[in-house]
Ligand binder design. Structure first.
Ligand code: ATP
Length: 238
């Protein structure tokens, strides 16, 4: 069943048009990866589909059977989308625990929120050790773990991840991707991920899209794109 349908999505920053009619779909339960060169419009696609301010957009964005067009950020979260932006987007002056609480700000089931936070501490023990430390003092890897955990505290149906591996050590990246695969497998969270580390992203993805100059130029099952000569040359480096 289709969870997200994007059709003819255009987006501009002031007079500069960056997206020229993006079409993509994400089925419930999938992990979909969006690949593309620097500046192709990957970040803008995620920003546009969750209706972040500062961008003027047009086109169709339907989520779970209803249009998201014109929704405020809070409504987008309420409908079940969580966005982990590039550069993490945690609140640097708040503690780890306050950041996690902030991720659950729309939930009223406080006891379950507490359980979820403890579960994330089990997943990322480094966050548990630093629960009272301000987020701004965490390492890059710890901040990314916090950003992912915080996003998941809203119990999203769809998780949007913007280059989660950026600037992280290989072992941390490996761990994060195992967590993404696990979130998808056991919690059924649908994931749309933008990633430069194409090999890793394709290894957990069901399908992939390639974006070039604000348009989708290629799509297919992840395994097929992994073996596509053009994709290999451009994004996989072999
Ligand atoms: P990268 O992999 O380098 O992050 P990307 O594919 O995510 O690239 P975007 O960040 O979506 O690309 O940027 C697409 C284009 O939009 C770029 O040419 C960029 O310069 C431009 N752009 C991005 N943000 C803004 C902004 N706030 N104002 C003006 N132009 C912007």
């Amino acid at each position: 069943m289709t969870l997200l349908t994007v059709e003819g999505l255009e987006a501009s920053y002031g007079p500069v048009r960056v997206l020229h009619g993006i079409d993509l779909t994400v089925e419930r339960g999938e992990v979909v990866v969006l690949l593309g060169a620097n500046g192709a419009g990957k970040t803008t696609t995620l920003r546009a589909l969750c209706q972040l301010p500062g961008l003027s957009t047009s086109g169709r964005v339907d989520f779970d059977g209803r249009s998201l067009v014109g929704c405020r950020t809070e409504e987008v979260v309420r409908r079940g989308i969580a966005h982990v932006p590039q550069g993490r987007g945690t609140f640097p002056e708040l503690s780890v625990e306050e950041n996690l609480d902030a991720g659950a700000y729309l939930r009223r089931d406080r006891r379950e929120v507490r359980q979820d936070i403890e579960r994330w501490y089990d997943t990322f023990p480094r966050l548990a050790d630093r629960r009272h430390q301000s987020a701004g003092t965490l390492s890059g890897g710890e901040q990314q773990m916090l950003a992912v955990a915080r996003a998941c505290l809203s119990r999203p149906q769809l998780l949007l991840l913007d280059e989660p591996s950026l600037g992280l050590a290989p072992l941390v990246i490996q761990h994060l991707f195992e967590i993404f695969a696990e979130l998808n497998r056991s919690d059924g969270t649908t994931i749309l991920v933008v990633e430069q580390n194409a090999t890793l992203a394709l290894s957990i993805a069901t399908r992939a899209y390639v974006i070039e100059s604000g348009q989708i130029v290629l799509t297919g099952p992840a395994a097929e794109l992994h073996h596509d000569d053009g994709v290999r040359r451009a994004y996989l480096g072999f």
